[in-house]
Structures are given as C-alpha cells and as structure tokens.
Design a protein around this ligand. Structure first.
Ligand SMILES: NC(=O)C1=CN([C@@H]2O[C@H](COP(=O)(O)OP(=O)(O)OC[C@H]3O[C@@H](n4cnc5c(N)ncnc54)[C@H](OP(=O)(O)O)[C@@H]3O)[C@@H](O)[C@H]2O)C=CC1
Ligand SMILES: Nc1c(N[C@@H]2O[C@H](COP(=O)(O)O)[C@@H](O)[C@H]2O)[nH]c(=O)[nH]c1=O
Length: 378
C-alpha cells in the first residue's frame, strides 16, 4: 500500500520535505531539457536536516541522479533521498537506482512522480520490499510539468506537438504574396529561436522553405547556432520534393518527408546534402500522412515536435487534432486584407462549441509583443 505524502504540519516538517524536493527539481533543470530521450531527474540526499549529496541526470548513457547524489554524499547510511522521478529498478545502460539506494543504506525515499516506463517502473515497490520507507507524490504536478514532453510521449506513443506562430493582431502570418519577415520584434524572434533548443524536432511545410528559406536551428542571443547536441531535427514536409535541395534547412540533421510521388530526378540531389529522405503514405489530399510521420519521428526518439508553419501545415495538424500545445507570438501589427495568410488554415469546425480551447495559459511581454502559451484542452 502506498504511503500518503506528508502534509504541511505545525512543526514545519512538511515545509522541509517541500524544500528538499524543490531543490531536487532545480537540480533536474541542469539537464536544460536536453536529456532526451531520457527525462530530466534531480536528487538530493539529506541527513539530520542538511543536504549531504546532490545529483542530476544529464543525458542518455550518463549516470542517474541518485547514483551521482549518493557518490557526492559519500556515506548515506540512515539518510533520506528526495528524487523527482520514481527510482528505476532495471538494468538499462546504467544499473538500477533502487539497488544503489538500498546498498547505500538509505532509510527513506521521497519521489515526486511514478515512472510510466514499463521497464523502469516498480522502483517504489522494490524499495519498500527492502524495508525502505517510501513516499510518493510530493511536487508531482511540478515534476510532470518539468518533463511534460517525456511523459506525453511515454503515455501517447507519439511526440507532443507544439504549434508556434508569429502573427499580427489580426491573426495573419504573412501578406497575400508571402511576405512575413518580420512580423514580431527582434527579441521575440530571438526567444523563438532559443525555444527550439527545448524540443527534439522542428517542422515546416514546403512553401515555408520556398518563401523564407529558413535555417530552423536553435540559436543563442548572438544568432549563433548552439552546439549540435542542442539542435533539433529539422523536418520538411514536401510531398513531391519540389523544394530546392540547396535550401539552408537541408544537410546533416534534416529530414525531408516525401511521398511516392517524388521523382527519382528530384531525389538524387537531396541524397548528396546529407538530408535523410523518408517516404510516407499519402493522406486523402495526396499529402504526407501526419500520423505516419509522427510515428516515424517517435521511433527516432522525438518526444516533442515544434510545428512552425506555415498556414496550411498548421491547419492540417489542428484539423487532425494533433496539436497539444500552442506558442503564439503576437505583434501589434495589422496586416489586413482578406487574402493575407491566416495563422492557421485548414477546415476548422462549423460549430463554435467545437472550437479548440486552451488551458494553463501564460502570457509574457516581449517588448511590444506578447507570447501566449497554452495547452490544448481535450
Ligand atoms: N509568421 C510565421 O510564424 C510564419 C509565416 N510563414 C509564412 O507562411 C507562408 C507559407 O505558408 P503556406 O503557404 O500555408 O505553406 P506551408 O509552409 O504550410 O506548406 C504547405 C505545403 O506543405 C506540403 N504538405 C505536405 N504534407 C502536408 C500535410 N499533411 N498538410 C499540409 N501541408 C502538407 C504541401 O505541399 P505538397 O503537396 O507539395 O507536399 C502544402 O501545400 C509563407 O509566406 C511564410 O513566410 C511560415 C511559417 C511561420
Ligand atoms: N516571420 C516570423 C517568423 N517566421 C518563422 O521563422 C522562420 C525563420 O527561421 P530562421 O531562418 O531559423 O531564423 C520562418 O521560416 C518561419 O517559420 N518567426 C518569428 O518569430 N517572427 C516572425 O515575424
């Protein structure tokens, strides 16, 4: 039977547990969202009310947070461990953390959230069976939020899809003739380029490549590409391979999604760029089947996909209810004109009751622009 979390009490003991778990969450953040395909995990070891060891997991194949924290503590006999994720009890690329905690003589473990991974779960039970006092659920919401892409992908077996658009106040992302550079201010664009670092892949449609010739890389405040380890996979959906193979987006770390309608003539030059050309089934409009694309990306360890546009591609993702989160940059500009590109194309619903609603909204001012983020309510 699971022991309930300790509630705040008169002695302030609950506050202490909260304090140590929050420190573990802060440590987990040192992974900067780039531990994918593994989750970010933090751990602190506490004895007599003081932290004696700290650790964070920094990426697949590297030591787990618990093992680093135990090593940092040296002697952890009789100590309490605070971990942001249920300790694993399987032999992966590294040994099971449950055994490390048991062997170190830890007597109490607090973990924030259960591990949904079928191989790694069951750690709490294993620790209990070894006589360790186990508490789960402390800061669970924060821990889930910190690794939301990872939890989503584990639970849904596809990447979490984030729709990003940089739009005018009248909901446009380009003029009628495709001019869109730039709608939002420099700082907002910098923020958008930096946010690419937090996802595993960035996707655009063929016409965005043709109009904008974007790089789609994650970049710092000086517009310099981050280290390759922080770069998302760059994905282009282009059924017939009509985009120019010399476009900036192509090369190592790029995936061109095509259908069997691509001509051998078009395919050959792409192969010389280092771009991975992958054939997908067609949907009813003879375009790339988005569910098949998401399944392929998931099989490549992509847990989060940022769809940057354009209008047609965003419309397809929304119409197929494949968008999970929205990042809308909003500029105080009115593009006007009935033929300017709407931020989101597609069919949309006929009844307002079927409109897409967002929850968990945050609003950030970026100079004169706004960044509105929210989770799609299902
Ligand atoms: N302000 C902003 O945030 C942004 C603005 N833009 C602007 O948007 C404009 C481009 O948008 P838009 O013209 O709508 O074109 P898109 O970039 O959305 O590309 C659309 C094309 O993608 C291909 N495609 C393949 N599979 C699919 C699918 N399943 N669903 C949808 N499309 C698919 C299709 O071409 P095919 O059939 O040949 O495969 C389709 O015509 C440009 O002017 C650009 O500057 C773009 C991005 C962001
Ligand atoms: N126009 C527009 C954006 N456009 C998006 O940025 C892409 C260019 O990326 P890159 O070449 O990597 O800098 C472009 O293709 C489109 O997806 N973004 C914004 O934040 N604000 C803007 O006003």
């Amino acid at each position: 039977m699971k022991t309930p979390i300790i509630a705040r009490n008169m002695s302030g003991e609950g506050d202490q547990h909260l304090h140590f778990m929050r420190r573990a969450l802060a440590l987990a953040q040192t992974g900067e969202g780039r531990t994918s395909p593994n989750p970010m995990v933090g751990c602190v070891i506490v004895r007599d009310g003081s932290i004696i060891g700290e650790g964070a997991h920094l990426g697949a194949g590297l030591a787990h947070a618990e093992v680093i924290a135990l090593k940092d503590a040296g002697d952890a006999k009789g100590a309490t461990a605070y971990v942001t994720l249920e300790p694993c009890c399987h032999h992966g690329r590294t040994g099971p953390c449950t055994e490390a905690l048991i062997n170190a003589g830890v007597t109490t473990v607090y973990f924030a959230v259960a591990d949904p991974h079928p191989l790694a779960s069951g750690g709490g039970e294993r620790l209990r069976s070894a006589g360790i006092e186990v508490h789960s659920g402390l800061c669970e919401a924060e821990a889930r939020e910190q690794n939301r892409f990872w939890f989503f992908a584990e639970e849904n077996k596809r990447p979490m899809v984030v729709a990003k658009m940089a739009m005018s106040l009248d909901g446009r992302i380009a003029t009628e003739n495709g001019d869109s550079q730039w709608i939002t201010n420099e700082e907002a664009r910098r923020s958008g380029r930096a946010l690419r670092k937090s996802v595993d892949a960035v996707l655009v449609g063929a016409d965005t490549i043709i109009y904008d010739n974007p790089r789609l890389t994650a970049r710092d405040e000086n517009d310099t590409d981050f280290d390759p380890a922080y770069q998302p996979l760059r994905v282009v959906i282009d059924s017939t391979g009509r985009t120019d193979p010399q476009s900036k987006v192509y090369g190592d770390g790029a995936l061109l999604a095509v259908t069997d309608m691509i001509s051998p003539m078009t395919k050959t030059p792409f192969e010389t760029t280092g771009t991975d050309v992958v054939i997908f089934p067609r949907d009813v409009h003879a375009q790339i089947d988005l569910e098949a694309l998401l399944a392929e990306l998931y099989s490549r360890n992509v847990q989060s996909l940022l769809v940057e546009g354009g209008s047609t591609v965003l419309g397809s993702f929304f119409d197929q209810t494949l968008v999970d989160e929205v990042w809308a940059f909003l500029a105080p500009t009115m593009i006007l004109g009935g033929k300017a590109k709407p931020a989101i194309g597609g069919q949309g619903p006929s009844a307002l009751a079927d409109a897409t609603r967002l929850a968990n909204i945050t609003v950030e001012n970026i100079g004169d622009d706004l960044l509105v983020r929210g989770r799609v309510s299902r």
